[in-house]
Design a protein around this ligand. Structure first.
Ligand code: ADP
Ligand code: MG
Ligand code: ZN
Length: 622
């Protein structure tokens, strides 16, 4: 990255400045306190604070002793005299306003040198009228200096104590780990578009000659963990320009106006360092459609958003600053943001497909020793719906698991375990009683068998009765290939498999458990979506989206009460049909269910291959 000029401040230093200020301030306060204490003491105990038993003698005695050549030194400190005799003893005395020379002179001592007596005048800081003024004024002066220091500090580019309005933008500079486009896998199209941005930043002239308007803003859109931040950093790095990064939420503070001034500061600093890249992460937190939310804490948000718009309109293409913003909720963004001249380019990132996942796994397993039995393409199959971040996290978990069990390599088993862990959380063993376990086993086996028996249903990858996170057990059902289209049949299959757990409970135990609650909720919400959004019911291809989507409780529903009750009926019909189907499968395969439960009780977890084997053996016997 381009080295910054000397006079450009590097934001990373601001904290040490604050710390220095505080430390200096503390020292000053302590110094004043001590000085005060000294001042007080030296009034009362006359000078020597430590030696308590020094004699007090009258001034006339001092003069006499000087005359008699007994005195070695007289130390004068204000009106206080410390007399050091030639025999080493000390004494104290007081004089009036006149100087010690005058006093001695008046007493007839004119030639001190002949007497071999020295006079040392110690001009104490706290003596005299000026001293008194200083002692009293000093704390105030120090306070003023202290505050001046802090305020100056505040003016200095971010992060000071009174420094609300400054952006805390982080500048990624040379010492940051280098991120390049090579670190992002499975997002080739996005990279292709961003390479253009790199070119804009590097060779702006090339485009300007042809009259092309270089885009000011690029919006990165994609679900969490798909590499938006990663790509933005890669752009800055590849273009070798300073990179100012800030998260949308950081603009938002309790104090109104802070967000706007932070935006101003951010853009100002980027322009000073141009060519530069500004990265605003989570821009949806500021750029929300105005007037949509109910609570009016949004004055702040609106001001901040307006400031961004003003800044983006305000800088000319010659400023050579490009703003990249990231969001996973583009639907929430204010339309004003995406107008030409603002974030007019959009780069969409999607959850990686099977090929993308394999590539990402390759990138992140580069420095991890994998055992021979690990097949990344197989793992890519098992991780449908994982984002890049989740894949990275999963591989890391696998490495931790392998290390914890003292292995030298990461095995397939570690990775499988890590996949489940990332999906469902950590195992919680020993919590279920034998009876509970049996219930859970029937429930999970119910899901698995129903899924297995449904034509065109995704594969059962794993069944387990080891509790994880909040789940007592789990059945992993994933497609083997990525499907872009979800058909009505797929959705009905999913609802049916979700209800398989409850169907098994009910048939076997004539009892219902609360554990099926979340299954039912998910099944119902799929059914609801089918009816209201996807036109997959007897209500026909009409979308009734507003009811579920409305963020504003005052917004009217877009369909009648009659339709609402029809929707309810349709949802219920779909779920009931699927439930009947699930119960049918379970009662037909009751013996298979018992068999799977038996294995589950013994092994706790059944992998895909073993499950397929159990089913195949059972089918042969029929
Ligand atoms: P986002 O900003 O989209 O939420 P990040 O860029 O912060 O996601 O991604 C977090 C981490 O996940 C990255 O640092 C990277 O290690 C990993 N990651 C995400 N997407 C990818 C990808 N496409 N290729 C390689 N690694 C990725
Ligand atoms: Mg991010
Ligand atoms: Zn279930």
């Amino acid at each position: 990255m381009k080295p910054l000029g000397k006079n450009k401040k590097i934001p990373g230093k601001k904290n040490s400045w604050v710390r220095l200020t505080v430390i200096l301030g503390t020292y000053l306060v302590i110094t004043v306190a001590i000085a005060y204490a000294i001042g007080m003491f030296s009034d009362g105990v006359t000078g020597d604070w430590f030696g308590g038993n020094v004699k007090d003698i009258p001034l006339s005695q001092v003069v006499t002793d000087v005359k008699n050549n007994k005195v070695d030194t007289i130390e004068v400190s204000g009106d206080e005299l410390t007399v050091i005799y030639k025999d080493g003893t000390k004494a104290k005395s007081q004089k009036e306003y006149s100087s010690i020379y005058e006093i001695l002179n008046n007493a007839g001592v004119t030639d001190l040198s002949s007497l071999d007596t020295r006079i040392e005048v110690k001009t104490s800081f706290f003596d005299g009228a000026w001293g008194a003024i200083l002692v009293n004024a000093l704390p105030i002066i120090i306070m003023i200096v202290f505050f001046l220091f802090i305020f100056r500090q505040a003016g200095r580019g971010g992060g000071g104590i009174f420094d609300f309005g400054k952006s805390n933008a982080r500048l990624f500079s040379k010492d940051q780990p280098k991120v390049t486009f090579k670190d992002a896998a499975g997002v080739d199209e996005a990279i292709h578009e961003l390479e253009e941005v790199v070119d804009f930043l590097r060779n702006p002239g090339k485009y300007r000659k042809l009259g092309a308007r270089i885009p000011k803003g690029i919006l990165l859109i994609g679900p969490a963990g798909t590499g938006k931040t990663l790509l933005a950093r890669a752009v800055a790095n590849e273009a070798k320009v300073p990179f100012f990064s800030m998260a949308g939420s950081e603009f938002m503070e309790m104090l109104v106006g802070v967000g706007a001034s932070r935006v101003r500061d951010l853009f100002k600093r980027a322009k000073e360092n141009a060519p530069a890249l500004i990265f605003i992460d989570e821009i949806d937190t500021i750029g929300r459609q105005r007037g949509r939310a109910m609570v009016s804490s949004n004055g702040e948000q609106e001001q901040t958003l307006n400031q961004i718009l003003v800044e983006m309109d305000g800088f000319s293409p010659n400023d050579n600053v490009i703003v990249i913003a990231a969001t996973n909720r583009p639907d929430l963004l204010d339309a004003a943001l995406t107008r030409p001249g603002r974030f007019d380019r959009q780069v969409v990132l999607q959850l990686p497909d099977i090929k993308g996942r394999e590539e990402i796994l390759k990138v992140h397993s580069k420095n991890k020793p994998l055992a021979k039995d690990v097949d990344l393409s197989q793992i890519a199959k098992m991780t449908v719906g994982f984002s890049g971040a989740e894949l990275e996290n999963m591989l890391n978990e696998a490495a931790i698991l392998a290390a914890a069990t003292g292995k030298k390599e990461i095995t397939n088993k570690d990775i499988r375990e890590a996949i489940t862990k990332v999906k469902l959380g950590v195992e919680r063993r020993h919590i279920q009683s034998e009876e509970d376990k049996r219930m859970t086993a029937y429930h999970e086996a119910g899901h698995a068998i129903v899924a297995k028996r449904l034509p065109d249903m995704d594969s059962v990858h794993r069944i387990s009765i080891v509790s994880r996170g909040l789940a007592l057990g789990f059945t992993e059902i994933n497609p083997d290939v990525d499907k872009s289209h979800q058909t009505q049949k797929d959705l009905l299959n999913r609802i049916t498999a979700l209800l398989g757990g409850r169907a098994a409970e009910e048939l076997v135990f004539k009892e219902r458990t609360a554990g099926a609650g979340s299954d039912l909720e998910r099944a119902s919400s799929i059914a609801y979506k089918m009816v209201t959004e996807l036109g997959m019911s007897n209500l026909g291809p009409t979308a009734f989206t507003y009811e579920s989507d409305r963020k504003n409780p005052l917004m009217p529903t877009q369909y009648s009460q009659k339709t609402a009750s029809q929707i309810d009926d349709e949802v219920k019909r779909i779920v009931d049909d699927c439930y009947d189907k699930a119960k049918g499968i379970i009662s037909r395969d009751r013996k298979l269910l018992d068999k799977v439960v038996e294995v589950l009780m013994k092994e706790e977890t059944i992998e895909r291959e073993d499950f397929d084997k159990i089913v195949a053996e059972y089918d042969e016997k029929q």
